[in-house]
Write a protein that binds this ligand. Structure first.
Ligand SMILES: Nc1ncnc2c1ncn2[C@@H]1O[C@H](COP(=O)(O)OP(=O)(O)OP(=O)(O)O)[C@@H](O)[C@H]1O
Ligand SMILES: [Mg+2]
Length: 277
């Protein structure tokens, strides 16, 4: 297997001389356990997404990557372990399979500050691209429509589809739809972006359009958790790579180490199988 060289330079947010404290991570997960009925999918996973960092999650199909991402923004309940958002622990009620967040207002607050981008774009088919991007800031955050529109148009330009503002989702290519979905996620001005295989549904040339946008966001020091099967992308944009295997963190580290000098046999096998495709 040819080792991937990480294209990552020093991406860490500069810390001024007067600010020597470690900033609070945007997301911190400790010892998370998650089951679907009798099937334990996450078996004590810990994960930290520091501010301005990109954390990639890699692993075989079924290893629990999407489940972990969905637990992060509280789309899924978990049975044990802690989730902290900007240092604030999620409050729980109930135990085991009955455990759920205790405070709906807290869940809404956290969820509106974490934007998710899905493999299948999930644009609203009955709205134009501009309306898709503007919808949540207006209806969920109650922001001023004129201000949201100005921001939405800037974001569409940023992802290279300003000319598609009035088009319907079905009139766009997959790569354009995914870029619209990223603009929609950004328009909420989230504290972190969660990507679940954002390029997997796309043909290779369309993948590159989306990869470029993700690289631009990484260069801007956006906080991101990125689930991907694209090892080149993970190597290029990540500060930290987490390899999940059967619901556990089998190995993690900086991309140069994870891709260049994997320590566990399972990661070596995963990488050689993935790169052989
Ligand atoms: N809603 C659900 N109900 C029951 N089991 C589920 C549910 N969602 C996921 N699972 C199971 O949990 C395990 C982990 O699934 P998950 O989708 O998190 O994997 P993944 O790592 O994202 O895989 P992929 O790379 O294929 O997307 C799998 O065994 C899956 O069948
Ligand atoms: Mg998945």
């Amino acid at each position: 297997m040819k080792a991937l060289q990480s294209g990552t330079k020093s991406r860490h947010i500069p810390v001024t001389m007067s600010d020597t404290s470690t900033p609070t991570p945007v997301i911190e997960i400790r010892d998370l356990h998650k089951s679907y009925g009798p099937l334990e999918v996450l078996k004590g996973v810990s994960l930290t997404a520091p501010r301005g960092h990109v954390v990639s999650l890699i692993g075989s199909s079924g290893s629990g990557k999407s489940t972990l991402l969905r637990c992060c923004n509280l789309l899924e309940n978990s049975q044990q372990g802690e989730i902290m958002f900007m240092g604030e622990p999620v409050r729980w009620k109930g135990q085991g399979l009955a455990r759920m967040p205790a405070d709906r207002a807290q869940v809404t607050r956290i969820r509106t500050q974490l934007s998710m981008v899905f493999q299948q774009f999930n644009l609203w088919a009955h709205m134009t691209i501009l309306q898709n991007v503007m919808e949540s800031p207006i209806t969920v955050l109650g922001q001023n429509p004129a201000e949201v529109e100005a921001r939405a148009r800037k974001l569409l330009a940023k992802v290279g589809i300003a000319d598609k503002a009035d088009a319907w989702p079905a009139q766009l290519s997959g790569g354009q739809q995914q870029r619209a979905a990223i603009a929609r996620a950004l328009c909420m001005e989230p504290k972190a972006l969660l990507f679940d295989e954002p390029t997997s549904a796309l043909d290779p040339e369309l993948q590159q359009e989306v990869v470029k946008v993700i690289k631009d966001l990484a260069a801007e020091h956006r906080t991101m958790i990125l689930v991907t099967h694209d090892m080149r992308l993970a190597a290029d944009v990540s500060d930290h790579v987490v390899f999940l295997h059967q619901g556990r963190v089998e190995e993690e580290g900086p991309p140069d180490q994870v891709f260049g000098a994997p320590r566990t046999e399972r990661l070596r096998q995963f990488l050689s199988a993935t790169m052989a495709v």
